[in-house]
Design a protein around this ligand. Sequence first.
Ligand SMILES: [Zn+2]
Length: 387
Amino acid sequence: MITTLRTEITVKDICDGFVYNELEGKGLFGLSGKLTIQPEYQRNYIYADGKKDVAVIESILKGYPLGLIYFNKVTDSKFEVLDGQQRITSFGRFVTNKLAINDDNGLQQKFSSIAADKQEKILKTKLLIYECEGTESEIKDWFRTINIAGVPLNNQELLNAVYSGPFVTLGKEEFSNSQNVNIKQWSDYISGSANRQDFFERALDWVSKRNIGDYMSRHRYDNNITELKNYFNSVIDWVSTVFTDVESEMRGLEWGRLYETYSRQPYSPQEVSEQVKKLYADPYVKNRKGIFEYILGGSTDTKLLDVRVFDVATKNSVYAKQTTDAEEKGISNCPLCAIGHDSNKLKIWKINEMDADHVTAWSRGGATDPNNCQMLCKTHNRAKGNR
Ligand SMILES: [Zn+2]
């Protein structure tokens, strides 16, 4: 890769022909049309938070260095921003009056309303820019190794860079566009944000059965995302049909895997809804995130719910009572050993050789309180648990 340091390019040069797309929230072009600010492999603009973007303007006004900016030189008159997109978009928005900063009196000021000498200072600020020339794989390899402006690329952003092409462009249009009206519904089931590619990543994860890189490489030059979109919508339709109520614990569950495993089975949405409500109201259910898979799987795998266990005080008092009674009768303190026919019939187990058991199983309505607790030897407790 060849790199050339350029020191004479100013903020004014970059802002000549600066285009910012308000709808998609990204800076598009600059440098008299020669510069593409957001090539398709770049992350979306995430500095528009009234802090990071303002900090860029304040740095320029104070004469602080903005740091190195990297351009990918495509031809002699065509460049793409490799690193610096967030900073360029921030000052570009300011210079084009799309961003305001607070002045010394706390008043919001746009570029057109600040003093002429300050305007001059901003426009004349020179930038440190490396122009890089290399093959696609060299550029992307390099891109993979850098952290952009202190916010490291996440895994999906890197994959978008590595497999950039028509498929990524179309995928980002659908899944990385924060203006997409479906995002509100998707957010019921998927955590994260469109900007950081979380919906795109989930869609790819589901359709590819968790082989995202492989899928992106096979579809890299596709001119449609039909399969990706159809599969994603099928999963969302399925979960929103089976579970008619939206609970916050649904967000971020492995809906792709659950869809693969359970979508061929019929469910009654009304019965499911009643089960969900019952489990949400059950104080013994510790893991609410497990409720959905528990119900889908036929309400048998209580491990998913992490049902509350007996506390030490309960175990101690039940053990003491059972052992005293057993010693009086001359039988084992494990009630199941006591009615058996082997050598443990008379055995008094120590407390650490026993486990607490629900007499009536939790799944059949048995409570986790002392009245429903019995101590069993470990062998019998395990045997009972497997029934
Ligand atoms: Zn026993």
